[in-house]
Design a protein around this ligand. Structure first.
Ligand SMILES: [Fe+2]
Ligand SMILES: [Fe+2]
Length: 269
């Protein structure tokens, strides 16, 4: 099987160094002038997200021995996806180091100590179709949550960090579009399974109540930052994308949501 001529997967071209050159430092005095509560929460958020991006590699490594069972389009998608997610890992590592001065070696050790569990998310990895649906769910959630992070946190750290966050928002949106394209190209006969499978994924995330460090369902580690109906709205947005339901009115509201009376959404330790 070859890649159909009609398939045109997207990848945005940017490099971490475009925004954070090797000698880049945060604007002087910025860290001391910041609201220290906001800064503490941003560091906590980054301390999770940076490694979740890195978790793309163990997920990819798990799938690689199964390469022969996948379509050429899916293989192309996953190759582009891994390159982007690893770039996000490097970009957020740089930002985390700028904010905390944590040594490179300590970050490497921190990542090496992670235990990546595949078993709890096995149901998502049954076949190419379920992996793509899990990607849809995850990438749309990431697009919205990074947009929230940009608005609540990253924009306070100067133009370079702000620009990195904008790249992440746009890339995650592209990942969603690419996964949708592969589904429509190779799996259109199974699209009717989307509602039940998406609800199953959402229930699995809630029942796990933790992030298993294998990329998917990483929002389980910060559910307090999202409105209670976050997953339901995400599912409705996905179904609307495939003309399987109406566009949810609350789609626009998700990334702007925060608890009443708060300037930003604090993270639970
Ligand atoms: Fe990413
Ligand atoms: Fe992504």
């Amino acid at each position: 099987m070859t890649v159909p001529k009609t398939l045109s997967l997207q990848q945005r071209s940017w490099q971490v160094e475009d925004f954070l050159p090797v000698d880049y430092g945060l604007p002087s005095g910025l860290l001391t002038q910041l609201d220290q509560d906001l800064h503490r929460n941003c560091v906590r958020l980054l301390g999770r997200d940076v490694y979740s991006e890195g978790d793309s590699q163990p997920l990819f490594d798990y799938l690689q021995p199964r390469w022969a069972e996948f379509t050429p389009g899916f293989r192309q998608l996953m190759t582009l996806w891994l390159a982007d997610e690893q770039k996000h890992y490097q970009a957020l590592r740089r930002v985390y180091q700028l904010l905390t001065r944590i040594p490179e070696e300590e970050m490497n050790q921190c990542f090496a100590r992670r235990h990546h569990e595949i078993e709890p998310i096995q149901a998502l990895l049954a076949d190419e179709f379920t992996i793509l649906v899990a990607l849809l769910f995850d990438e749309l959630g990431s697009t919205i949550s990074y947009r929230r992070d940009l608005r609540e946190y990253y924009r306070h750290y100067g133009p370079a960090v702000t620009n990195i966050a904008k790249q992440l928002v746009m890339d995650e949106g592209i990942h969603f579009q690419n996964a949708a394209q592969i589904l429509q190209t190779y799996h259109d006969k199974r699209l009717g399974e989307l509602p039940a499978l998406l609800h199953h994924i959402s229930r699995l995330e809630k029942s796990l109540g933790r992030y298993c460090k294998t990329f998917f369902l990483d929002h389980a580690q910060e559910q307090e930052r999202f409105p209670p109906d976050f997953n339901e709205v995400i599912i409705a947005m996905i179904l609307a994308h495939f003309d399987l339901g109406p566009s949810p009115r609350r789609g626009q509201y998700l990334w702007a949501w925060k608890p009443a009376g708060q300037a930003f959404t604090p993270l639970v330790a």
